[in-house]
Design a protein around this ligand. Structure first.
Ligand code: ADP
Ligand code: GLC
Length: 492
């Protein structure tokens, strides 16, 4: 057996403490599985104002009570507390700061709906704190696993600021890119935070991005290894601006060091056999409970339960990435079909308005919920017949994986992780378990929804599709082994 590793997992969101999307799910599930594999894995995340210290039993750590962290030369105090991921032995450290994290939002100010203007400072403080915590704990990890732009300064700090410091000589970094559209781009006022002078800020500088300061770009250049969350997305982000968001050339340059590892499902939380948020549990061998969940979902949404009418579910950020542009275009066409639709999501104002207007026009067919509601997300996965996720691009996507497990058949555009996880069903491809279109247009979307509804009328065929979907194995164990391979590759 290979030697257990010491891994520090650094993330700006971890479920259930703080979540806006899939990063939080991954940041909880992967460390738990690594711990089950006997690795010594610990998490560092910010202590946002919304994290309830009593509920999650956060405790003071004497050694970490007041640590001094340099943020571009200014000394800031971090107050670090600790707890465990629920139902696990994974220790999590929470970086607290009145100045930076004691606020209602994570990245965006809910009052203005804009990014906090000091995000560069907040996450440079966070990244630096993660390293200072290690020194105070005298814990030298083999690997620091960073995630997205919020932690992308860590590889740079280690190589630049700590290069004379023997503490980190044995530590290697992996940076996972969950979504290259979010890069942490700031104006030049951020330069002191990364210890770069105006003179040094030429086009050769790792941070330089069209005259701005780009945290993710530096992470990509300085991390020892990189990965993203599906093989197809790993290719896409090197291919063109549409997917690489301006970083395609930089990523391509590091192509040899970039891997694609698909996310998994945390079956402690997402499993229809044990899901505590749904009224009736069910399994692939006994699907009877699915109809009860359909009734519960539809009625909870103020719609009339009609067992023969397919229910289309959506749990999504309401943004262009998630395909809301094409959904909006054909929303009337969808709702003129014999369907009901339940949407849960928050996002762009124009999509809220579009959906809101449609509920007035189709009150018996459409229900929308503009909020973040984990319990309802579970009920939609369990109660809907089909799951709509026509993302324009999708690094991995978790909700389509949850849908498969709940026998809720995904309708997707073929991109990134959706292309890697969903196999199209048609009479010519009878082993499929989803409905996939290959050209991103509203016409193709509506045609694909229509064909899913046609197939739904054939109860026997639909049941077979559900069975195939529910039998698939997207467990985190397989994915975690691939991460461990990367960690060992770094160690040797
Ligand atoms: P992304 O991270 O791009 O938003 P993923 O499919 O990877 O997409 O993950 C989304 C996660 O966030 C899933 O766990 C999904 O259930 C959850 N989610 C998204 N929107 C909501 C919402 N409005 N309420 C509750 N959960 C949501
Ligand atoms: C990002 C991506 C999503 C992915 C998630 C977790 O939010 O948009 O596709 O599943 O990260 O990796």
């Amino acid at each position: 057996m290979q030697q257990p590793l010491k891994i520090l997992f650094v993330s700006s969101e971890v479920a259930p403490f703080a979540k806006t999307g899939g990063l939080a799910d991954v940041s909880a599930a992967l460390p738990k599985v690594l711990k089950d594999m006997d690795h010594d894995v610990r998490i560092v995340m910010p202590k946002y104002g919304s994290i309830n210290e009593r509920r999650y039993t956060l405790r003071e750590v004497i050694r970490l009570k007041e640590i001094s962290v340099s943020v571009g030369g200014k000394v800031v105090h971090a107050n670090v507390k600790s707890s465990f991921l629920p139902d696990s032995k994974v220790q999590a450290y929470f970086v607290g700061s009145n100045e930076y994290f004691n606020r209602p939002g994570f990245y965006v100010d809910p009052e203005t709906n804009q990014d906090y203007p000091d995000n560069a400072e907040r996450f440079s403080f966070f990244s630096r704190s993660a390293l200072e915590i290690l020194k105070k704990l005298h814990w030298q990890p083999d690997i620091i696993h960073c995630n997205d732009w919020q932690t992308a300064l860590i590889p740079y700090f280690i190589k630049k600021l700590y290069k004379e410091n023997s503490f980190f000589v044995g530590t290697k970094t992996l940076l996972t890119i969950h979504n290259v559209a979010f890069q942490g781009i700031f104006d030049q006022k951020a330069l002191p935070l990364v210890y770069v002078t105006k003179d040094e800020f030429t086009s050769n500088c790792a941070f330089h991005f069209w005259g701005k300061v780009n945290f993710l770009k530096a992470g990509i250049l300085y991390a020892d290894l990189l990965n993203t969350v599906s093989k197809t997305y790993a290719k896409e982000i090197q291919s063109c601006d549409e997917f690489g968001f301006g970083l395609q050339t930089v990523i391509k340059k590091r192509s040899r060091y970039l891997f694609g590892i698909l996310n998994g499902i945390d079956d402690q939380h997402w499993d229809p056999e044990t899901d505590k948020f749904i009224p009736v549990q069910y399994s692939k061998s006994d699907l009877s409970g699915k109809m009860d969940n359909k009734r519960a979902l539809v009625e909870s949404q103020g719609l009339v339960f009609q067992p023969e009418v397919p229910v289309i579910g959506m749990v999504s950020r309401l943004t262009d990435q998630k395909g809301l542009d094409i959904v909006s275009k054909v929303l009337d066409d969808i709702l003129n079909l014999d369907v009901q639709m339940v949407v849960l999501g928050v996002g762009e104002k124009k999509y809220h308005e579009r959906l809101q207007k449609a509920t007035t026009k189709y009150p018996k067919k459409l229900a929308v919920n503009f909020c973040f509601d984990n319990e309802l997300a579970h009920l939609i996965e369990a109660g809907a017949d089909m799951f709509l996720m026509p993302s324009h691009y999708e690094p991995c996507g978790l909700t389509q994986l949850y849908s498969l497990k709940y026998g809720t058949i995904p309708i997707v555009f073929s991109t990134g992780g959706l292309a890697d996880t969903i196999k199209h069903f048609s009479p010519d491809t009878p082993r499929g378990y989803g409905f996939v279109f290959n050209e991103y247009t509203a016409e193709n979307l509506i045609k694909t929804i229509e064909s899913a509804i046609d197939v739904f009328q054939d109860k026997e065929t639909w049941k077979k599709i559900m069975n195939r979907a529910m039998k698939l194995d997207f467990s985190w164990h397989k994915a975690a082994e691939k991460y461990v391979d990367l960690y060992y590759r770094l160690k040797t």
